[in-house]
Design a protein around this ligand. Structure first.
Ligand code: FPP
Length: 240
């Protein structure tokens, strides 16, 4: 059972296992992503009901471009379907959508739909739903270093001014961008025990919870189990 008084403020999820789910059922991989999208919608709803303030999902990594063109195109089609058909519901539920990652280089219809969603949900004050798209943790840190390097070159700062806060600000999650606190909890489904380049900087102190369930089967009940596991751990931040 989750303790409503000790909810994490920010939960991040690596939605893994769509392909294996489809394979098990003898279906094409895209059927797995479609089922994954439905699972994701329920988790967005449930996060809101639980009073979670920030939910981040890993929808497409910088490495995912290596998949077949058909699969990559299919995932972006699903994304467009999701943001277009759910925009009204997201607005009704006061959800604010943000994107983490280099989404500008996605197919143009996906960029258009995303920008509309970002614009129209910008002033909502409920759950902040961050979709990590064309996102990679190392890429994000490299870009932050570059941005700071430019300030250095321009003489705006000196090397000694560089601080953890300055690096944090420049990340996709930073104050200058989506403005999200570090996640207290990172969940990965499908039994894989890796971070796979997800929120490398931000996850420094996150509790990691791994579920054996394949993403399309990850129900609100499984979600609550993961949160309950997080709540059962004591967080010490390396101190005593
Ligand atoms: C991981 O499963 C899933 C992805 C790479 C894509 C995630 C996409 C969705 C949940 C649906 C679409 C929603 C949006 C917002 C784009 P996998 O394919 O790596 O599974 P496998 O490890 O079993 O092959």
């Amino acid at each position: 059972m989750v303790d409503r008084d000790r909810m994490p403020e920010h939960v991040a999820i690596i939605m893994d296992g769509n392909g294996r789910w489809a394979k098990k059922k003898g279906l094409p991989r895209l059927a797995g992503h479609n089922a994954g999208m439905k699972a994701m919608k329920k988790i967005v709803d449930h996060s809101d009901k639980l009073g979670i303030k920030y939910l981040t999902v890993y929808a497409f990594s910088t490495e995912n471009w290596k998949r077949s063109i058909a699969e990559v195109t299919g995932i972006f089609k699903l994304l467009v379907t999701y943001v277009d058909s759910d925009l009204r519901e997201l607005k009704e539920n006061n959800v604010r959508v943000k994107v983490l990652g280099n989404y500008e280089s996605l197919p143009s219809d996906a960029v258009k739909s995303l920008e509309k969603t970002l614009r129209e949900t910008e002033n909502n004050t409920g759950l902040q739903f961050n979709i990590a798209l064309n996102y990679g943790g190392r890429d994000e840190i490299m870009k932050a270093v570059r941005a700071i390097g430019k300030k250095l070159e321009a003489g705006e700062i000196s090397a000694d001014d560089i601080s953890e806060e300055m690096i944090s600000e420049e990340l996709f999650t930073g104050k200058l961008h989506a403005d999200v606190p570090d996640p207290e909890l990172i969940i990965r489904t499908s039994g894989e025990l890796r971070l796979s380049n997800f929120l490398l900087w931000q996850g420094a102190y996150s509790e990691l919870v791994f579920s054996d369930v394949l993403w399309p089967d990850f129900t609100p009940e499984e979600y609550e189990k993961a949160i309950a596991e997080y709540q059962s751990r004591e967080r010490r931040f390396g101190g005593r």
